[in-house]
Design a protein around this ligand. Structure first.
Ligand code: FES
Length: 275
Protein backbone atom coordinates (compact mmCIF):
# COMPACT_ATOMS: atom_id res chain seq x y z
CA UNK A 1 0.00 0.00 0.00
CA UNK A 2 1.32 3.47 -0.85
CA UNK A 3 1.40 5.60 2.24
CA UNK A 4 2.11 9.32 2.39
CA UNK A 5 5.67 10.26 3.45
CA UNK A 6 6.49 13.66 4.81
CA UNK A 7 9.93 14.95 5.64
CA UNK A 8 12.81 17.16 4.76
CA UNK A 9 16.55 16.92 5.35
CA UNK A 10 16.82 19.19 8.36
CA UNK A 11 18.77 18.63 11.58
CA UNK A 12 16.85 18.92 14.83
CA UNK A 13 17.73 22.29 16.38
CA UNK A 14 19.23 20.73 19.50
CA UNK A 15 21.45 18.47 17.45
CA UNK A 16 22.93 21.06 15.08
CA UNK A 17 26.53 20.13 14.39
CA UNK A 18 26.07 16.48 15.47
CA UNK A 19 26.14 13.58 13.00
CA UNK A 20 22.55 12.93 11.90
CA UNK A 21 20.90 9.95 10.22
CA UNK A 22 17.34 9.56 9.03
CA UNK A 23 14.67 7.15 10.15
CA UNK A 24 11.16 6.58 8.89
CA UNK A 25 8.52 6.87 11.61
CA UNK A 26 5.08 5.52 10.82
CA UNK A 27 2.53 7.11 13.13
CA UNK A 28 -1.08 5.98 13.46
CA UNK A 29 -3.10 9.16 12.95
CA UNK A 30 -6.73 9.77 13.87
CA UNK A 31 -8.63 13.03 14.07
CA UNK A 32 -12.32 12.33 14.56
CA UNK A 33 -13.38 15.47 12.66
CA UNK A 34 -11.42 14.50 9.53
CA UNK A 35 -10.67 10.76 9.51
CA UNK A 36 -13.25 7.97 9.14
CA UNK A 37 -10.81 5.64 10.94
CA UNK A 38 -7.22 5.56 12.20
CA UNK A 39 -4.64 5.32 9.40
CA UNK A 40 -0.82 5.32 9.33
CA UNK A 41 1.23 8.22 8.05
CA UNK A 42 4.99 8.03 7.55
CA UNK A 43 7.50 10.78 8.31
CA UNK A 44 11.20 11.00 7.47
CA UNK A 45 12.94 12.19 10.62
CA UNK A 46 16.62 13.12 11.00
CA UNK A 47 18.01 12.00 14.34
CA UNK A 48 21.13 11.75 16.44
CA UNK A 49 22.00 8.93 18.82
CA UNK A 50 20.75 10.77 21.88
CA UNK A 51 17.24 11.36 20.49
CA UNK A 52 14.27 9.58 22.07
CA UNK A 53 11.11 8.57 20.21
CA UNK A 54 9.41 11.44 22.03
CA UNK A 55 11.93 13.86 20.50
CA UNK A 56 11.25 12.27 17.12
CA UNK A 57 7.54 13.02 17.56
CA UNK A 58 8.36 16.54 18.68
CA UNK A 59 10.44 16.97 15.54
CA UNK A 60 7.45 15.89 13.44
CA UNK A 61 5.18 18.32 15.26
CA UNK A 62 7.63 21.23 15.07
CA UNK A 63 8.86 20.77 11.49
CA UNK A 64 6.60 18.45 9.49
CA UNK A 65 3.02 18.34 10.77
CA UNK A 66 1.82 20.60 13.56
CA UNK A 67 -1.50 18.74 13.84
CA UNK A 68 0.07 15.63 15.44
CA UNK A 69 -1.21 15.09 19.00
CA UNK A 70 0.50 13.13 21.79
CA UNK A 71 0.93 13.44 25.56
CA UNK A 72 4.16 14.17 27.37
CA UNK A 73 5.44 16.27 30.23
CA UNK A 74 8.56 15.35 32.23
CA UNK A 75 10.73 13.76 29.49
CA UNK A 76 12.44 11.64 32.15
CA UNK A 77 10.17 8.66 32.88
CA UNK A 78 8.49 10.24 35.89
CA UNK A 79 5.08 11.59 34.85
CA UNK A 80 3.92 8.48 32.98
CA UNK A 81 2.11 10.44 30.28
CA UNK A 82 4.06 9.40 27.13
CA UNK A 83 3.06 5.71 27.04
CA UNK A 84 2.42 4.39 23.53
CA UNK A 85 2.94 1.34 21.35
CA UNK A 86 6.43 1.60 19.85
CA UNK A 87 7.27 -1.19 17.45
CA UNK A 88 4.08 -2.90 18.72
CA UNK A 89 5.33 -2.93 22.35
CA UNK A 90 4.05 -0.74 25.19
CA UNK A 91 6.84 1.72 26.02
CA UNK A 92 7.49 5.21 27.32
CA UNK A 93 8.42 7.39 24.34
CA UNK A 94 10.84 9.46 26.45
CA UNK A 95 12.95 6.47 27.46
CA UNK A 96 12.96 4.68 24.09
CA UNK A 97 15.62 5.70 21.60
CA UNK A 98 15.38 6.07 17.82
CA UNK A 99 18.87 4.59 17.39
CA UNK A 100 17.54 1.20 18.55
CA UNK A 101 15.27 1.00 15.48
CA UNK A 102 17.89 2.08 12.94
CA UNK A 103 18.30 1.04 10.19
CA UNK A 104 14.72 0.39 9.34
CA UNK A 105 11.46 2.02 10.21
CA UNK A 106 9.51 2.43 13.38
CA UNK A 107 5.78 2.23 14.05
CA UNK A 108 4.21 4.39 16.73
CA UNK A 109 0.60 3.79 17.77
CA UNK A 110 -1.64 4.76 20.68
CA UNK A 111 -1.63 2.45 23.73
CA UNK A 112 -3.45 -0.80 22.96
CA UNK A 113 -6.79 -1.60 24.63
CA UNK A 114 -7.75 2.07 25.21
CA UNK A 115 -10.17 4.15 23.13
CA UNK A 116 -8.34 6.65 20.90
CA UNK A 117 -9.22 10.28 21.50
CA UNK A 118 -6.90 11.79 18.90
CA UNK A 119 -3.76 10.47 17.20
CA UNK A 120 -1.59 9.02 20.01
CA UNK A 121 -3.81 10.33 22.80
CA UNK A 122 -6.06 7.74 24.45
CA UNK A 123 -8.94 8.13 26.88
CA UNK A 124 -7.86 7.55 30.48
CA UNK A 125 -11.34 7.88 32.03
CA UNK A 126 -11.78 4.16 32.75
CA UNK A 127 -8.32 3.92 34.31
CA UNK A 128 -8.88 6.95 36.57
CA UNK A 129 -12.19 5.40 37.73
CA UNK A 130 -10.40 2.18 38.68
CA UNK A 131 -7.72 4.09 40.59
CA UNK A 132 -10.35 6.12 42.45
CA UNK A 133 -12.21 2.90 43.27
CA UNK A 134 -9.37 1.35 45.29
CA UNK A 135 -9.23 4.20 47.87
CA UNK A 136 -5.72 5.29 46.79
CA UNK A 137 -4.74 6.89 50.09
CA UNK A 138 -3.94 5.89 53.64
CA UNK A 139 -6.92 5.38 55.89
CA UNK A 140 -5.24 5.26 59.33
CA UNK A 141 -5.94 2.33 61.63
CA UNK A 142 -5.86 4.60 64.63
CA UNK A 143 -6.16 8.30 63.81
CA UNK A 144 -3.89 10.34 66.04
CA UNK A 145 -3.43 14.03 66.69
CA UNK A 146 -0.42 15.87 65.22
CA UNK A 147 1.10 16.46 68.65
CA UNK A 148 1.22 12.69 69.18
CA UNK A 149 3.97 12.48 66.52
CA UNK A 150 4.37 10.62 63.24
CA UNK A 151 3.43 7.01 62.47
CA UNK A 152 6.64 5.01 62.79
CA UNK A 153 7.48 1.98 60.65
CA UNK A 154 10.26 -0.59 60.76
CA UNK A 155 12.38 -1.14 57.60
CA UNK A 156 10.65 -4.49 57.02
CA UNK A 157 7.21 -2.87 57.27
CA UNK A 158 8.33 -0.33 54.67
CA UNK A 159 9.74 -3.06 52.41
CA UNK A 160 6.32 -4.76 52.24
CA UNK A 161 4.76 -1.99 50.17
CA UNK A 162 7.57 0.26 48.93
CA UNK A 163 8.12 -1.43 45.51
CA UNK A 164 4.46 -0.86 44.66
CA UNK A 165 4.71 2.85 45.44
CA UNK A 166 6.96 3.42 42.41
CA UNK A 167 4.07 3.16 39.92
CA UNK A 168 3.83 6.23 37.65
CA UNK A 169 0.37 5.37 36.24
CA UNK A 170 1.71 5.11 32.69
CA UNK A 171 -0.81 2.33 31.84
CA UNK A 172 1.76 0.30 29.86
CA UNK A 173 0.76 -2.71 31.95
CA UNK A 174 -2.85 -2.37 30.76
CA UNK A 175 -1.73 -2.23 27.12
CA UNK A 176 0.24 -5.44 27.80
CA UNK A 177 -2.62 -7.24 29.56
CA UNK A 178 -4.62 -9.59 27.28
CA UNK A 179 -7.30 -9.95 29.92
CA UNK A 180 -7.89 -6.19 30.05
CA UNK A 181 -8.05 -6.26 26.24
CA UNK A 182 -10.92 -8.79 26.52
CA UNK A 183 -12.65 -7.20 29.49
CA UNK A 184 -12.22 -3.45 30.09
CA UNK A 185 -13.94 -3.83 33.48
CA UNK A 186 -11.10 -5.98 34.83
CA UNK A 187 -9.43 -3.97 37.60
CA UNK A 188 -6.09 -4.63 35.90
CA UNK A 189 -2.45 -4.69 36.96
CA UNK A 190 -1.81 -1.00 37.68
CA UNK A 191 -4.76 -0.49 40.04
CA UNK A 192 -3.97 -3.81 41.72
CA UNK A 193 -0.37 -2.71 42.35
CA UNK A 194 -1.60 0.53 43.88
CA UNK A 195 -4.13 -1.37 45.98
CA UNK A 196 -1.29 -3.54 47.27
CA UNK A 197 0.76 -0.44 48.05
CA UNK A 198 -1.91 0.66 50.56
CA UNK A 199 -3.05 -2.76 51.77
CA UNK A 200 0.57 -3.66 52.54
CA UNK A 201 1.10 -0.52 54.62
CA UNK A 202 1.19 -1.16 58.38
CA UNK A 203 -0.42 2.25 59.01
CA UNK A 204 -3.49 1.55 56.88
CA UNK A 205 -6.76 0.23 58.23
CA UNK A 206 -8.88 -0.20 55.09
CA UNK A 207 -7.68 -3.62 53.90
CA UNK A 208 -11.08 -5.26 54.25
CA UNK A 209 -12.73 -2.51 52.24
CA UNK A 210 -10.25 -2.88 49.37
CA UNK A 211 -10.42 -6.69 49.50
CA UNK A 212 -14.12 -6.51 48.60
CA UNK A 213 -12.97 -5.28 45.21
CA UNK A 214 -10.30 -7.98 44.93
CA UNK A 215 -12.90 -10.75 45.52
CA UNK A 216 -15.26 -9.56 42.74
CA UNK A 217 -15.61 -11.06 39.28
CA UNK A 218 -13.47 -8.28 37.80
CA UNK A 219 -10.95 -8.42 40.64
CA UNK A 220 -7.73 -10.41 41.04
CA UNK A 221 -9.23 -13.72 39.88
CA UNK A 222 -9.82 -12.35 36.37
CA UNK A 223 -6.04 -12.31 35.89
CA UNK A 224 -4.83 -15.20 33.76
CA UNK A 225 -1.21 -14.87 34.97
CA UNK A 226 0.42 -14.00 31.64
CA UNK A 227 2.95 -11.76 33.42
CA UNK A 228 3.65 -9.44 30.45
CA UNK A 229 2.48 -6.51 32.62
CA UNK A 230 5.58 -6.86 34.80
CA UNK A 231 7.86 -7.22 31.78
CA UNK A 232 6.82 -3.88 30.28
CA UNK A 233 6.73 -1.90 33.54
CA UNK A 234 9.34 0.89 33.20
CA UNK A 235 9.70 1.13 37.00
CA UNK A 236 9.97 -2.60 37.83
CA UNK A 237 6.89 -2.36 40.02
CA UNK A 238 5.97 -5.98 39.25
CA UNK A 239 2.17 -5.66 39.15
CA UNK A 240 1.86 -9.41 38.46
CA UNK A 241 3.30 -9.98 41.91
CA UNK A 242 0.70 -7.62 43.39
CA UNK A 243 -2.07 -9.59 41.68
CA UNK A 244 -0.65 -12.89 42.96
CA UNK A 245 -0.41 -11.59 46.51
CA UNK A 246 -4.03 -10.52 46.30
CA UNK A 247 -5.14 -13.90 44.95
CA UNK A 248 -3.43 -15.55 47.93
CA UNK A 249 -5.05 -13.11 50.36
CA UNK A 250 -8.44 -13.54 48.69
CA UNK A 251 -8.22 -17.34 48.98
CA UNK A 252 -7.19 -17.03 52.63
CA UNK A 253 -10.12 -14.70 53.33
CA UNK A 254 -12.48 -17.23 51.76
CA UNK A 255 -11.25 -20.13 53.91
CA UNK A 256 -11.31 -18.01 57.05
CA UNK A 257 -14.92 -17.07 56.29
CA UNK A 258 -15.79 -20.77 55.87
CA UNK A 259 -14.07 -21.70 59.12
CA UNK A 260 -15.90 -18.98 61.01
CA UNK A 261 -19.31 -20.11 59.79
CA UNK A 262 -21.57 -21.99 62.19
CA UNK A 263 -21.04 -25.78 62.00
CA UNK A 264 -24.43 -26.57 60.35
CA UNK A 265 -23.85 -24.22 57.40
CA UNK A 266 -20.31 -25.66 56.92
CA UNK A 267 -21.63 -29.19 56.51
CA UNK A 268 -24.20 -27.98 53.96
CA UNK A 269 -21.37 -26.27 52.02
CA UNK A 270 -19.25 -29.44 51.86
CA UNK A 271 -22.27 -31.62 51.04
CA UNK A 272 -21.68 -33.66 54.22
CA UNK A 273 -24.30 -34.79 56.69
CA UNK A 274 -24.66 -36.54 59.99
CA UNK A 275 -23.33 -40.07 60.07
S1 FES B 1 7.23 12.40 29.37
FE1 FES B 1 6.94 11.88 31.47
S2 FES B 1 7.17 9.71 31.46
FE2 FES B 1 7.67 10.28 29.44
Amino acid sequence: MNRPVQGQAMLPDAAAGAVSREIMIEVLRYRSEADPKPAPRTYRVPFTDDMSVLQGLQYIKDHLDGTLSFRWSCRMAICGSCGMMIGAEPKLACMTFLRDYYPGSLTVEPLAHFPIERDLVVSVDGFIKKIEGIYPYLIPKMPRRLEEGEYLQTPSQLARYEPFSDCINCMLCYAACPQFGENPDFIGPGAMALLQRYNGDSRDGAQAKRMELVHTENGAWSCTAVGYCSEVCPKQVDPANAVNQNKTKSALDFFLRVLRRPAHSKSRLSGGGAS
